[in-house]
Design a protein. Structure first.
Length: 84
């Protein structure tokens, strides 16, 4: 019964990116701070996350959740039913 009424959740990449940016700013971190933390050669990956063009990998989401001391589910934003 529950399976039949289950709606597959969809991540809102743009809103998730905005949340990552907001969290980063609330911790007074720069894009380059995160670049250094993740040991990325270039900051583009973080710009892509924050613009909603890409989502962080599971490993990087896990790192963000530990950095911001929140659960991964508090980083990801689910699209509302009518928006997809």
């Amino acid at each position: 019964e529950k399976f039949k009424s289950f709606h597959k959740p969809v991540i809102d990449a743009k809103a998730t990116g905005q949340r990552i940016k907001s969290l980063r700013q609330s911790y007074n971190l720069t894009i380059h701070d995160l670049q250094s933390l993740f040991d990325f050669e270039y900051p583009q990956a973080i710009y892509l996350w924050e613009s909603g063009k890409n989502l962080p990998s599971v490993d990087n989401l896990f790192t963000l959740s530990k950095l911001f001391e929140i659960d991964i589910s508090e980083i990801l934003v689910e699209k509302t039913q009518g928006s997809y």
